[in-house]
Ligand binder design. Structure first.
Ligand code: PLP
Length: 387
């Protein structure tokens, strides 16, 4: 099909929940994608931090194909090697004790929030169910995680929301005001992605972790976007030297296949029991085999390369006309720009570069294995567009 044919069917038959850009991709290699019209694009978005090793990665494909040749799905009533192996890798890597697998970031957070309420119920009985989230946060589109998303613009139409969720500014005075005796958990993104690629202040995050520990409030780190090597560490919270009780991740974990993971640490490892939670597709063997490949390749050596690439891109970007400031951490790059960010995205697309926005900022989330040539090619287009 050519682009017009694809677009026509989309407009006729797909729920119009996305304001799509006028392009469809037929394939790609690494951080270079090809449109159905044959045009080349440098990819600084990775499908929103999903394609950790870009398109068409040989090693990743081999892992997926090997599992496809065995079996594509097994029920969670049975044991499964790819899920067992992935859980072990994630636990050994992070210090977590147990993992629950789902299919998306929202579901990983849904699991974390449910577990937090059960933890508190088991320990204190009913009435300690408040969840505190930060203003500007994004935690997903299910009703629970949408309620926990601290941005009013998402809270239209869908009332009534899940009760007992409150929002705080990212400072301790506001946390103390909002997180009272009825609070079971605080959920944070160390680097708010959708909210504007804002890294939380280190002093605030360490004080918050201390406050939570003192009051036996669970600290949940949403690493759906910032995890899996994106910031140059396996998880972004490692930059902050804190120990969360629950960590969720998804986007880049399986390098392009649907997966979500909720990691329980010592304090929470025994909270969920048989029958408490479940998912038909959760822990899917293909997704888990893909994730085993991704996680095994995120070695310390590789993460140092990610940090070096991020420094290279940031140093170049700093010198560009039209760049007011940079934000985020590692390969999660926010650019404060002079022109409207949406116009920049459109202009980049026309010139063959894929970038994202986060509100008024331009957001870059390149594949972690992007080459110097691809970085330079994309940056030169961005330089042209920004000035
Ligand atoms: C994308 C995202 C989610 C939601 O993930 P889905 O897979 O779209 O459900 C949750 N939290 C954060 C921080 C995200 O960036």
């Amino acid at each position: 099909m050519n682009f017009e044919e694809i677009q026509l069917l989309d407009k006729a038959y797909i729920a119009q929940t996305y304001a799509r850009f006028p392009v469809a991709f037929s394939g790609g290699q690494g951080a270079t994608l090809e449109g159905v019209d044959g045009k080349r694009y440098v990819d600084f978005g990775s499908g929103i931090a999903v394609n950790s090793f870009g398109a068409n990665d040989e090693e990743w494909k081999a892992a997926v194909i090997e599992q496809l040749g065995k079996i594509q799905h097994v029920s969670n009533y049975y044991y499964s090697e790819p899920a067992s192996r992935l859980a072990e890798l994630l636990c050994k890597r992070s210090g977590a004790k147990r993992v629950f697998f789902s299919n998306s970031g929202a579901e990983a957070n849904e699991c974390a929030l449910k577990a937090a309420r059960k933890y508190s119920f088991l320990k204190y009985g009913a009435g300690r169910s408040k969840i505190v989230s930060l203003k500007g946060s994004f935690h997903g589109r299910t009703l629970f995680t949408l309620t926990a998303t601290g941005q009013d613009e998402f809270h239209k139409y869908f009332h009534p929301f899940v009760p007992e969720i409150a929002y705080a500014e990212a400072n301790m005075a506001d946390i103390r005001r909002v997180a009272d005796k009825s609070t079971c958990a605080v959920i944070i993104e160390c680097i708010q992605g959708e909210g504007g690629v804002n890294a939380l202040n280190k002093g605030f995050v360490t004080a918050l972790a201390e406050y939570c520990a003192t009051h036996n409030i669970l600290l949940i780190c949403d690493e759906v976007q910032s995890g899996n090597g994106r910031t140059g560490k396996f998880f972004a919270y490692e930059h902050y030297g804190i120990k969360p009780d629950i960590v969720t991740t998804a986007k880049g974990l399986a390098g392009g296949l649907p997966i979500g993971a909720c990691l329980f640490f010592e304090s929470t490892e025994g909270v969920l029991a048989a029958g408490d939670h479940g998912s038909t597709f959760g822990g899917n063997p293909i997704s888990c085999a893909a994730a085993v490949n991704v996680v095994s390749r995120l070695t310390e050596e590789f993460l140092l390369e990610v940090q070096a690439k991020a420094e290279y891109m940031r140093a170049k970007l700093k010198g560009f006309n039209g760049v007011k400031a940079l934000s985020g951490l590692g390969m999660m790059i926010g650019i404060e720009v002079e022109k409207p960010s949406k116009e920049i995205v459109k202009a980049c697309l026309e010139k063959g570069l894929l970038v994202l926005t986060a509100h008024e900022k331009v957001r870059l989330l390149p594949p972690l294995n992007i080459t110097k040539l691809e970085m330079d090619e994309g940056l030169s287009i961005l330089k042209e567009v920004l000035k």
